[in-house]
Design a binder for this molecule. Structure first.
Ligand SMILES: *Cc1c(COP(=O)(O)O)cnc(C)c1O
Length: 496
């Protein structure tokens, strides 16, 4: 009726639906070798039905992939305030750096003598990350933050085992990212939840009540997932150390404290750093990341290998630490991500990195002040690089949920913030503007959210029905995750 079947640029069009039987894009060269009768030579193994491949011209292919590429939403196409994820702009110069032929073409089995530049970069990066963390020993192996958590906790377990200490529990705050308790369980420890206090930090008294000699570690995010710096951090790490346990820091929020304060100085024993969040690697689409782990001197011997080392003559090599837990991944880690992080840090310099956290914190507090008139703050404090609003009042007054607000934002062309996390905030909406957005973008985004708050009051059903302008409308989100229909089944074969 509406001509949808004839519309030229439908997002969901498959390449198999394009072209026509007579379309070709490859002209094979004429055979200049003797012809062989394959049928006679191979018999049944030769297919009798041609493969169901698309019949398209080269321009059909170019347009198809261009259409798919432009259907994607990314930091380069719009504001992406996804809390906890640090979806910031990644300078293109870092893409250039990691594609330099000497880095892109290096082979992991190349003799070390012929890869000195790559090893030097790894060695320097270990040093820079250790300096930022305030912890002396670093592994670049882990492939992402969650993998870094697993690495760090296995190192802590190895430390306790070496002392003949078989502790059973790891404490995790109730505001933690889901990967934290998952990591604890994967390491064979029991997860014990620590409640938050009314200021959004660890409830210190409750923590003290949970500490005994069966506790191997406390896993803490600081600043935490509410975007708040724990005011008791020194007291917390001291109390945990007093019973012989260690403190692990989930460093996903490092862009809030970069060059300002160091987890090692706060008393943390191990920390992972999400290079793809804090430094420069486009992420969020399932691409490679890197989650290096920095540890204190007493944990260094347990780190996974290989780590880059330098001898007295300035020659670089890879080696496995003395009591290593083994490898966490093949070769030397996701090398391209390491190059991007290195290039980013060298370009920013010490002062530039400190400015990253100043800007991240300033942007978040600015946006928080613009929005709090419509959504109450979950914890009314100066925030770090992100903040959490509650939509509980809006649900009560207008029957509009945070999910409806998120869907309506799509109609205005924005990626929604993180919703319903952290779990301890009712109707949570978690916003991280990052250090790379200008004031004009923040002002426009705030204006849109405030407009949506008006819409919620005037016409709640408008929000219940959103989004209206996207290729697909409201999905059954559970079914979309659990029963995705991703397979194309060939219809009648065309051509031959
Ligand atoms: C992103 C994130 C993780 C997991 O890191 P990945 O690199 O996605 O594996 C863990 N904790 C927090 C707080 C995070 O934001």
């Amino acid at each position: 009726m509406r001509g949808d079947d004839l519309r030229e640029r439908r997002i969901g069009t498959l390449i198999f639906e394009l072209g026509a039987e007579e379309s070709r894009c490859v002209e094979p060269p004429r055979a200049d070798v003797p012809q062989v009768d394959l049928q006679a030579a191979l018999g049944e193994q030769v297919r009798t039905v041609p493969p169901a491949l698309p019949h398209v011209t080269e321009v059909d292919i170019a347009r198809h992939y261009e259409r798919l590429a432009s259907a994607n939403f990314g930091v380069d196409s719009g504001f992406y305030p996804l809390g906890s994820c640090t979806m910031k702009y990644n300078p293109k110069v870092d893409e250039w750096a990691c594609r330099l032929p000497g880095f892109a073409g290096v082979h992991p089995y190349q003799p070390e003598s012929s890869a000195q530049g790559a090893l030097e970069l790894m060695w320097e990066l270990q040093g820079m990350l250790g300096e930022i963390a305030g912890l002396p020993a670093v592994t670049l192996q882990p492939a992402a933050g969650a993998h870094g958590e697993l690495t760090g906790l296995l190192v802590i377990r190895a430390y306790h085992s070496a002392r003949g200490d078989s502790r059973k529990k790891v404490l995790v705050p109730d505001s933690a990212h889901g990967t934290n308790p998952a990591t604890v369980a994967m390491c064979g420890y029991e997860v014990v939840q620590v409640p938050s206090d009314e200021r959004g930090g660890v409830d210190l008294e409750a923590l003290k009540g949970l500490l005994d000699t069966d506790v191997a570690a406390l896993m803490l995010t600081n600043p935490n997932t509410l975007g708040l710096f724990d005011e008791n951090i020194a007291r917390i790490t001291e109390a945990v150390h007093a019973i012989g346990a260690l403190v692990y820091c989930d460093g996903a929020n490092l862009n809030a404290i970069l060059g300002k304060s160091r987890p090692g100085d706060m008393g943390f024993d191990a920390l992972h750093i999400n290079l793809h969040k804090t430094f420069a690697t486009p992420h969020g689409g399932g691409g490679p990341g890197a989650g290096p782990v920095a540890v204190s001197a007493q944990l260094a011997e347990y780190l996974p290998g290989p780590v880059a080392t330098r001898d007295g003559e300035g020659t670089y090599s890879l080696s496995i630490p003395e009591s290593s837990i083994g490898r966490m991944r093949s070769f030397a880690g996701n090398f391209g991500v390491l190059v991007r992080a290195y290039a980013y840090m060298r370009a920013m310099g010490r002062l530039g990195l400190a400015e990253v956290s100043e800007q991240a914190v300033l942007s978040a507090n600015y946006l928080k002040e613009l929005l709090r008139q419509a959504w109450p703050l979950a914890y009314d404090r100066v925030c770090m690089h992100e903040f959490v609003l509650s939509g509980a009042q809006m649900r009560k007054e207008h029957g509009v949920r945070t999910l409806d607000v998120a869907k309506r934002l799509l109609d205005y062309g924005y990626h929604p913030p993180t919703v319903y996390f952290p779990l301890i905030v009712d109707e949570a909406m978690m916003i991280e503007p990052t250090e790379t957005e200008g004031k004009a973008t923040l002002d426009r985004f705030a204006a849109v959210l405030l407009r949506i708050a008006e819409e919620a009051a005037e016409n709640p059903d408008l929000l219940h029905g959103a989004p209206y302008t996207t290729p697909v409308r409201r999905l059954d989100e559970a079914a979309a995750v659990k029963r995705p229909d991703l397979a194309w089944r060939p219809g009648p074969v065309v051509g031959g």
